[in-house]
Design a protein around this ligand. Structure first.
Ligand code: NAD
Ligand code: G6P
Ligand code: MN
Length: 440
């Protein structure tokens, strides 16, 4: 088997230990030569790096080297795969993304509404700089990006790197949802083949085929008439994720048609979401007290014991999805993944240039989207509105345009009112200070 060099950008991410664990579990499918962790936060990354040393020494000793670096110029030479999960501004800035809109009675979510706008404006500069450096050092490497807000990142990278066929933007929410569906159906997720359309965090399942070719989505819809479907992922076992999944039942029953992604709740029921949110304690606070704390205490335990023996490293669909995608590329497998790609007629009645999220066949030379065809008026209207918001957000970034920013926020379904959009925007400018481009 050909050995590959992998760089993880956001080496200190809360998701990196689980991703490393997945790489260990998949070593018969992906053989790693050299592994690099790159992060701007040295202390944070060193913790994860120490964990990697113990884990690999114990369970994957054929890996030639593991290197941690904060020097971008050392991170990407001779790399085959770059896996990206950065959070510009960290969880501390995520608090503002969530709390500023909520202080105006508007949905406060890291990727949806003004929160996603705020996070996007912060992320793009960092993100584009990293991709430019990657391409300088390793023009042929595959870049698999998870960093949010993925919809905004995907729209910007399409504009900045229009001919880059090896830059892939993905999200694990559709498969996180499929995992929960597969649990209900008693069929393993990998035996289910989804049909799905939309934008990132803004899409719908139309079918879910099993290996015999039967569509099992009607069973899911029937189930949702009487019962809630809960997340199966360990990473989504807390109350706020359970609540999010519970809302799937109402969303599916209120409208005839496809089954929505859980993220649609923020756009379809914004009033309810705001009412149920605590503007002083949001998801960022929960993640700091939950996932982040758990991951770094797990690392301490591993370091203390100098072994991973008996210590649970919670991995799940997140890492599996990335590594499955890598192996589909390496082994030219033509497997199906839901990925963000330029529409170009895949969804017939949407703009050609929109970055849509649809099932694609992945092999060693291409990402080939499956045709969706035309979609119904309700979905078309929602998506066109949301895509216009995404485009204007990226326009605001590139043109330093206050006007485009105001238009973006006014268009967003979670805001609508222009005065409200203006107040939120002004507060976000203050909160983000010089981490945003200056808007004129
Ligand atoms: P985190 O803050 O724990 O980790 C992010 C890491 O990125 C930190 O160690 C930070 O220092 C580093 N970082 C920030 N800016 C950087 C830069 N310019 N260069 C290099 N490193 C940088 O965040 P997290 O909760 O682990 O999430 C990481 C990212 O993955 C987020 O963007 C999150 O939204 C995303 N994510 C996406 C999906 C998806 O479905 N697309 C799923 C899970 C996580
Ligand atoms: C899902 C989404 C991601 C998001 C993640 C974690 O997997 O698809 O985009 O980053 O959830 O969200 P959390 O609120 O737990 O940080
Ligand atoms: Mn996502």
């Amino acid at each position: 088997m050909k050995k590959v060099n992998i760089t993880i950008v956001g080496g200190g991410s809360t998701y990196t230990p689980a991703l490393l664990d997945t790489l260990v579990r998949y070593q018969d499918q992906v053989s790693i030569d050299n592994l690099v962790l790159f992060d701007t936060d040295e202390a944070r990354q060193r913790e994860v790096g120490d964990f990697a040393e113990v884990l690999f020494k114990e369970r994957y000793s054929s890996v030639n080297s593991i290197k941690c670096t904060t020097n971008i110029e050392e991170a990407f030479s001779d790399t085959d795969f770059i896996l990206m999960q950065i959070r510009s501004g960290g969880l501390e800035m995520r608090k503002h993304d969530e709390k500023v809109p909520l202080s105006h009675g508007v949905v406060g979510q890291e990727t949806c509404g003004p929160g996603g706008f705020s996070y996007g404006m912060r992320t793009l500069k960092d993100f584009i700089e990293i991709i430019k450096e990657i391409r300088r050092q390793s023009p042929e490497a595959w870049i698999i990006n998870y960093s949010n807000p993925a919809a905004i990142v995907a729209e910007a990278t399409k504009r900045e790197f229009p001919n880059d066929q090896r830059l892939i933007n993905i999200c694990d929410m559709p498969i996180g949802i499929m995992d929960a569906f597969s649990n209900i159906l008693g069929v393993s997720r990998k035996q289910l083949s989804p049909r799905y359309f939309g934008l990132n965090h803004f899409g719908w399942f139309t079918n879910l085929y099993d290996q015999e070719g039967n569509d099992r989505l009607p069973e899911i819809k029937e189930y949702l008439k009487h019962d809630a479907i809960l997340p199966t992922e360990k990473a989504m076992s807390d109350d706020s994720w359970k609540k999010t999944f519970e809302q799937l039942a109402q969303m599916t029953n209120d409208f005839d048609g496809p089954v929505p992604n859980t993220y649609l709740q923020y756009y379809l029921y914004p009033k309810k979401i705001v009412k149920e949110s605590d503007p002083h304690h949001t998801r960022a606070d929960q993640v700091i007290a939950g996932r982040e704390k758990e991951v770094f205490s797990m690392i301490s335990a591993v370091k203390q014991k100098n072994s991973t023996e008996g210590i649970e490293i919670s991995s799940g669909v997140h890492g599996d999805y990335i590594v499955d995608l890598m192996t589909a590329i390496i082994n030219n497998r033509n497997d199906l993944f839901i990925i963000m790609v330029e529409n170009k007629g895949v969804i017939e009645n949407l703009p050609s240039e929109a970055m849509v999220e649809v099932p694609c066949l992945v092999n060693s030379h291409n990402i080939e989207p499956l045709r969706v065809g035309p979609i119904d008026t309700f979905y078309k209207g929602l998506i066109e509105n949301q895509y216009a918001y995404e485009k204007l957000t990226v326009d605001a970034f590139y043109n330093n345009s206050y006007d485009a920013a105001l238009k973006a926020l006014t268009l967003n379904r979670t805001v609508v009112d222009a005065d409200l959009a203006k107040s939120i925007l002004n507060d976000l400018i203050e909160a983000n200070n010089d981490t945003w481009p200056k808007l004129n």
